[in-house]
Design a protein around this ligand. Sequence first.
Ligand SMILES: *[C@@H]1O[C@H](CO)[C@@H](O)[C@H](O)[C@H]1NC(C)=O
Ligand SMILES: *[C@@H]1O[C@H](CO)[C@@H](O)[C@H](O)[C@H]1NC(C)=O
Length: 478
Amino acid sequence: MLLQRIAVYTAFFLALSHGAFLPKPDNGLPVGEVGKGGGKRTKDPGYVRMPVSRQKFKGKGKSERGWHWGLPPDLDDKPPAVQPGRPFEPTSRPSHSTPSATQPTSLSATPATQPPSIHRRAADRRWGWSSLEELGGIAYIIQFRVFVDTGSYELWVNPRCSASASDALCQTFGNYFPSKSNSAMHIGGNFAVTYGTGAVRGSYWSDVMSIAMFQIPQVQFAVAADSNYTFAGILGLGYTYPHTIPYPSVLNLMVSQKMISAPIFSLGLGGDGDGFSEIIFGGVNRWKFAGPLVPVSIWPPIKEQDPRWVQYWVNVTSVGMTRPGEAGKLYTPREGFTMPTLIDTGSTLSYIREDLVAVIGQQFNAEIDTQGNYFVDCKYRDMPGTVDFGFNNGAMVINVRYKDFIYQLYQGRCMLGVQPADYGSTNYVLGDTFIRGAYLVFDQQSDVVWMNQYYNCGDGVVTVGQTPRDTKNVFGAC
Ligand SMILES: *[C@@H]1O[C@H](CO)[C@@H](O)[C@H](O)[C@H]1NC(C)=O
Ligand SMILES: *[C@@H]1O[C@H](CO)[C@@H](O)[C@H](O)[C@H]1NC(C)=O
């Protein structure tokens, strides 16, 4: 059964409804869809689906690391939170008589004065992004143009375009002008995060956010006063309130506003040439996988993770390959192997144990450059093999097609989809080069990531999260 689509052209974005500049979707695609199983909208929680585009970007070549986040600031730097049950009190009302055409005036009036306190060394260890930035990377952006990032947890907007990877691209993504919004409220506080060697800082605001047809009245987010490297803001979809931040995230608010039943979202990013990428909050697209979705528990458990940095870690229990025309081979012991790995949409490549990268590299006759990057012949992308990642002791194996696994920097230049994690580090990451092979459901209600092999055989969304683990009842239609 195909759902009736509700094409909504309201931007999925921070209010901007009060006269501020609103970038128009230029490709005629619906910006979002709200549904409830049968396609009829009611007041009951349903799902919200959004197209996601894959955006290639080029780095500036200055940094050794990618655009990804480092560790969050110290606990005592926690952002100010919305007082529950009490409406926001704006600390400063933006002036409406003097709207600034270029820069939000209220921002320049409230510069971030305190330097961020950051576990810099830990952050440097953590984000071993090799020299991806120089090589260009890929990130996912929602139609409303912020990166979709499972590896961070806050929403922030207004990157400094002149210091971004692409000024021109950045300019087209639109800006948020608090001074042009009647409903903007300044919360203050210092927002400061590092990513690799770059950083973002700014302060907190709240405003009405439109998601498909719904409006969420008081969404707290950060407005950057300065940022380096990134050309779009970021929608962090990691674990938030009450874990990492003292205010509710967009995902939390979608639940409390009864748009969706539980903090669950699905990602079908599609493989190369598939032309399909979407995120569904509170729902699952049955036509993007076959059979049941398998629950892979988050490990270490949420309670045992650093409360400032709770993330989607899972155990990878095997790594192997299925070469064209051959039987599958494991490069890890059949039993007892575990590699705790972060599932991170903010990472173009995957980062795993060096010895495993070396074995996989051998199969592709990879050449290692002086910076330790593994380059391979692009011809492999057209071969029918897969690189295989196992979970739950082999009960679930995702076979990533060479085409999705091998990352093409540009015509004729290709990189292995896995690179070694930093020396001596166990910060393993499954990024884009894994995620495109899988259909993934991030479930904060039950602390699992549901997964199965990605296929594309049609379209139809069902609502999940009405009861815990009801995702297990959703059978893939492919
Ligand atoms: C961005 O880089 C410039 C130049 O290195 C630096 O002055 C500025 O403080 C950086 N911005 C942030 C937010 O760290
Ligand atoms: C993950 O691996 C660790 C170490 O082998 C093991 O103790 C733990 O039970 C595993 N967790 C899950 C959820 O399988």
